[in-house]
Design a protein around this ligand. Structure first.
Ligand SMILES: Cc1ncc(COP(=O)(O)O)c(C=O)c1O
Length: 425
């Protein structure tokens, strides 16, 4: 059969309408979220602690989320960035300490470490696109306080192997589940493997109220410390009363409280999360199955396909030039969302998710690097520090999988891949 002329060479594109925007939870927003938000407003009580007719939505969301994960404690906060800062503070991270973070991450992770006066230490990733356990082992020093296991781009990393390394060295484990809410490994939800975990409910995430976050743990002391830190350093007893007698609970805290309106929305979004994930996973695995016919395309290693939340498809090619060519050809075939979305990019275009794109990190900007306690802890954050990640970024394409793809949309994605890969590989 003659090959079809590619759109990039002047042929007809597979589709002309943009794909839907990704934003997973947004596609399932309806009257229920509107009613939830309106209920809080009608009660005139948008603040978590008191009001004319307090609905206790933040507390209820914390309970719902705990139950969903199967964990003992949760503190809802105003963002994932705030959740990271809160969790690392609760874990006691500070000057003179190192925190191991992956080369593929989000700027907030390095920011939280640096803002606490500690030093981030990069560890390379593997074909899961998350921390390589052997690299974690190599990066741990007597100064390491914690490792941040980030479950990137919708699928869990090899958290069990990382936990084994971390435990052996007596180091703490924080899971960052911002991009993987609802993900699991053999039925165990991400967020329940480490000492603490954080989530984000910003609009790109699997459930959303526009902004929001959560810190979870099964350790009561860590919970109480997190609770105090996110609320101005206000430590509370069982009845919510101020405690001043516990040295362990003294913080210069932050203003990261979540409000009642977002909490009410998040309770509805959480109920819908299994459906949202199911839709993305179904679409993603249809495409992955079709790509199995092209052995030259490497698919991301997935720990447990049943526990993949499905929000991104990552394909990897033999060399950077092939990845770029395939990406441009796919885009020309109409495999793009609107300019607002991530769309379909070679991963080098993925901004502050790549360690070497963080100018403040590369240039070691800020107080952390000037503290005497951190003398001698200088590291290199320039491109080249994590060669496995560098190579994967240049050779891989990231395609978001919207939660509302129709079968026809999926057919178009598959057809475009088949057309492009058939011609170029
Ligand atoms: C891996 C990861 N961690 C943390 C965050 C921070 O979350 P937020 O945007 O809610 O502050 C994000 C969000 O973009 C993220 O992707």
């Amino acid at each position: 059969m003659a090959l079809e002329r590619l759109a990039i060479d002047g042929g007809a594109p597979v589709r002309t309408a943009p794909l839907p925007l990704e934003f997973p939870g947004v596609h399932y927003m309806d009257e229920r979220e509107i009613e939830a938000a309106a209920r809080v407003l009608r009660a005139g009580s948008p603040f978590r602690y008191y009001g004319k007719d307090l609905q206790r939505e933040v507390e209820a969301f914390e309970d719902d989320f705990k139950r969903f994960l199967g964990i003992d404690y949760s503190v809802a906060v105003s963002s994932g960035t705030g959740a990271l800062h809160t969790a690392l503070a609760a874990l006691g991270v500070g000057p003179g300490q190192e925190v191991v973070v992956p080369a593929y991450f989000w700027v907030s992770i390095a920011a939280a470490v640096v803002n606490l006066g500690a030093i981030p230490v990069l560890a390379d990733i593997d074909s899961t696109f998350c921390l390589d356990p052997a690299e974690v082992e190599r990066r741990i020093t007597p100064r390491t306080r914690a490792v941040v296991m980030v479950h990137m781009s919708g699928a869990p990393g090899n958290v069990k192997a990382v936990r084994e390394v971390v435990r052996r060295h007596g180091v703490l484990l924080l899971e960052d589940c911002a991009q993987c809410a609802g993900g699991s490994i053999a039925g165990q939800k991400v967020g329940t493997f480490g000492d603490m975990a954080i989530f984000s409910f910003q609009m790109n995430k699997n459930l959303t109220a526009g902004e929001g976050g959560c810190v979870v743990t099964s350790d009561r002391r860590l919970y109480r410390r997190a609770f105090a830190f996110q609320d101005l350093g206000y430590p509370r007893d069982e009845n919510g009363r101020l405690v001043t007698s516990e040295p362990d609970m003294r913080f210069w805290g932050m203003g990261y409280r979540l409000d009642e309106i977002r909490a009410a929305i998040l309770r509805v979004q959480l109920e819908k999360l299994p459906r949202t994930i199911c839709a993305m996973r179904r679409s993603k695995y249809r495409v992955r199955q079709a790509l199995a016919a092209f052995p030259a395309v490497q698919l991301r290693t997935i720990q447990d396909p049943e526990g993949d939340t499905g929000c991104f498809l990552i394909t990897t090619y033999a060399d950077p030039a092939t990845a770029r060519k395939v990406n441009q050809a796919l885009r020309a075939e109409g495999i793009v969302t609107s300019p607002q979305g991530v769309s379909n990019v070679v991963m080098t275009e993925w901004g502050l998710h790549l360690y070497y794109n963080n100018a403040s990190l590369v240039n070691r900007t800020g107080l952390a690097w000037q503290l005497q306690e951190n003398a001698g802890l200088e590291r290199d954050y320039n491109k080249g520090a994590c060669p496995a990640a560098d190579s994967l970024f240049e050779r891989s394409i990231l395609l978001p999988i919207p939660s509302c793809l129709s079968e026809a949309d999926e057919d178009d994605i598959i057809r475009a891949f088949q057309k492009v890969l058939g011609a170029l590989l």
